[in-house]
Ligand binder design. Sequence first.
Ligand code: ATP
Length: 664
Amino acid sequence: MDTVAAYRPKVDLSELDGRSEHEHEGKRLAPPDVLDNGGAPQQQPTVYLTETFYISSKKNTVFEVRLTDKGLCLKKQSNGSTKEQTIPLKDIIGCRCLRSKRRSRGSSSCTCASISSSGQLKVVEENSGEQDETDVSAYLYIYAYILKRNRRGGFRERTTITLRFRSFDRYEDNNREAQKWRAAIKHLIAGEPVQRLTYQPKETRKMLVILNPKSGSGKAREAFQQRVAPILAEAEIPYDLHITKKCNWAREFVRVRDVYLWRGILVVGGDGIFFEVLNGLFEREDWQTAIDELPIGIIPCGSGNGLAKTVSFLYEEPFETKPVLASALMVVKGRHSMLDVVRVETRSNIMFSFLSVGWGLISDIDIESERLRAIGGQRFTVWSVHRLISLRTYHGTVAYLPALVSQSNGGSLSAPGYANGGGGGIGTLKHSVSYNTTLNCRDCRGGQDGTGCGMGSCDACDTNFSDVLSLETGTNLDAFRPRIDSWYSATSRKSTYFSTVDSVYESDKASNDDDPTQTGGPNGAPFVQMYGPPSRLPALTAAIPDSWQCITGDFVMVHAAYQTHLSTDCYFAPQSRLNDGIIWLLIIRAGVSRSQLLSFLLGLSSGTHIPMQANEHIQMVPVTAFRIEPAGTTGHMTVDGENVECGPIQGEVFPSLAKVMVPK
Ligand SMILES: Nc1ncnc2c1ncn2[C@@H]1O[C@H](COP(=O)(O)OP(=O)(O)OP(=O)(O)O)[C@@H](O)[C@H]1O
């Protein structure tokens, strides 16, 4: 028989109760505000909650679990030895409380399961199914992606920590304890003060997800469904998913919709679809409000993925092995960075660019290798070799306004400030198809169709307990059977996730009302005006100002970049930062030898492409504005990797104009 009273937590949780005693491992602790005020010696972490948990299968093992401002500290005491590990707050993305449900035959509500004290299979889920009145425990699931460093940079491992609260003999009391922990964890990972007993998110709007099914090798839908949706669910970020139907669909969508219904825009695809969304926002009369209120995130499913790689590189997030996971974890943090945007003008167009403007070699490779799209990112390498053999040069004029780079901060500069235009109202479309991602139980992503849970003992799931760390309060006599010896060795699960993609996609296809391109200008043609900040440069047709540097001659390429990476493998502008106000202008003039070009191309992946010695043929210049005037119309010009007309083009940087989602 459980002697619950004997196993009541030995630690008073009164910092959240409003009571005064604070105890940890038999010692009195100062309340958090005293610790905050520097009263604690040696920078002790602030302890918000602490509790003792037992492992049913190991009689002599006890865990002291502490929630501090550093993270979740697990101190394992077993047979006289002590082992301690802290899961950093920055690695925790969410948590939720669940209650045990009895599993009935033929039930479609299978979610995640554990073995109870009586040895029966019990299913833990949030919303559906018959409640198991015999189990009064409350379960807290904590989802963490722990950073493991290795020689190649590192990777993140998924870990679920399950805390089972069972000190009290009523579920409501146990749940109250679990909810305290949940609230405290949620506040801490949101960077908010831990004050309340319950957690209400400040942001209740959904995320707008725009997915390009044609990006890269065409696997964006699967990537989102299998690797992004589960993470959004763990972080409890609801979303509306919209699948693009054709080129420019995303651009028009964000131009005409009431985008303020959403907390931000998450683009699933390549840099091209990010470009569409950014430019769609600048086509709104209220562009300034929209660009200010809506951070844009990217899940890299394209073939280049320059922006996603840049963000992960600058924030030192492991990217190479699992780029989709890395970026998904970045967007759930709810943080953003300001992003420089370059206003680009051609003879017939104005656009806003976040990545690069190119003319010549690299643009030729980018566009001409499109025919090899099926082989993914390899297409760039293959075509580089081809173009090196058949080298072309182009005649024209390149002019630029040099930037004043400050040495003290590694590259920021004093850039001109620009006045921004006004806001205003916008029209909305009538029809929207959207799905909420609310899950019955995050651990069973197949919960809706009964296909699996991922909690190891679920029949429908092929994962095992090595994925989780499960701890419980109260007695340690029961047969709750986690494999505790594999503490933090969690790996990605193979659970089948429920899909909203098909239904949304089908609904979109079925409804013309949902196609923003169906509305617009006369005769069905969309009438589009580009807003955004006005240019401060002379007109494209006007003479180049005397204060600019000007070169006329033959060029192999000219490429202006404002991200570190133009693609995953192209570390183009190592000194660049997201919001430094600098355009890095690379100029390669005719006369460069093939061996110099070869070492330039080979050095692109490591950022060693710019010769150490001054070179008359290859130079990289920090600028705030540039103009390229090709003499002819042959060759390719690109803006953010997309082909534009080959002709005069100029760009100017607007520092910190937009917002991009980042991990911290
Ligand atoms: N449903 C669609 N069908 C066809 N093309 C589309 C569709 N949706 C978007 N597009 C276009 O596909 C182009 C490429 O998309 P995206 O940038 O996502 O992938 P990518 O080109 O493979 O990646 P990257 O730009 O990183 O190289 C975009 O310019 C966009 O206009």
